[in-house]
Ligand binder design. Structure first.
Ligand code: GNR
Ligand code: NI
Length: 167
């Protein structure tokens, strides 16, 4: 396994729309394992392939405190959304920024698992929020896109400046 490098906003590669995973094979399973390791090491509760510069429709999540409920969603599709919830979100690609975002409270999602089987699952609370956040990454979308243009440009400036200092 390996810890992968995470892209930081405003890297334009975070804006690439991911393509479907054509087959769930060993290469996909290896990528998923590396993404899990990267997510746990960060630490984070989710990671989309886009964030590690792989533009395929695959994401991992684990919202448990014990890090023992890993989920890998391949080619995820949102089937249902219900209710509205506001939650403070963060993103490994937008370090140090936490802002409230409005999302559906409960969702039903269809995806392929690591064996290539199609699964449907309901999610609520933090898991629902996290899956929606990760699915946005696959569209090239960040939680910042829900904020006001002024707030977003301030955050982008701050992160650009911080990254110039470490380069
Ligand atoms: O670690 C993460 N925490 C988090 C908190 C609230 C809502 C969404 C998230 S996802 C984030 C990891 C990440 O950036 N995934 O793309
Ligand atoms: Ni994120």
């Amino acid at each position: 396994m390996a810890i992968l490098q995470v892209l930081y906003h405003p890297d334009p590669r975070l804006r690439i729309k991911a393509a479907p995973v054509p087959v769930v094979d060993d290469e996909v399973r290896r990528l998923a394992a590396d993404m899990m390791e990267t997510m746990y090491a960060a630490p984070g509760i989710g990671l989309a392939a886009t964030q590690v510069n792989v533009h395929r429709r695959l994401l991992v999540v684990d919202v448990s405190e014990t890090h023992d409920q890993p989920l890998c969603l391949i080619n995820p599709a949102l089937l249902q959304k219900e209710g509205v919830e506001r939650m403070e979100e963060g993103c490994l690609s937008v370090p140090g920024v936490f802002e409230e975002v409005e999302r559906a409270e409960r969702i039903r999602v269809r995806f392929q698992d690591l064996e290539g089987h199609t699964v449907e699952q309901d999610a609520d609370d933090l898991l629902a929020v996290c899956i929606q956040h990760e699915m946005d990454h696959l569209e090239g979308k960040l939680f910042l896109d829900y904020l006001s243009p002024l707030k977003r440009s301030r955050i982008t400036k701050k992160l650009t400046k911080a990254q110039k200092q470490v380069m």
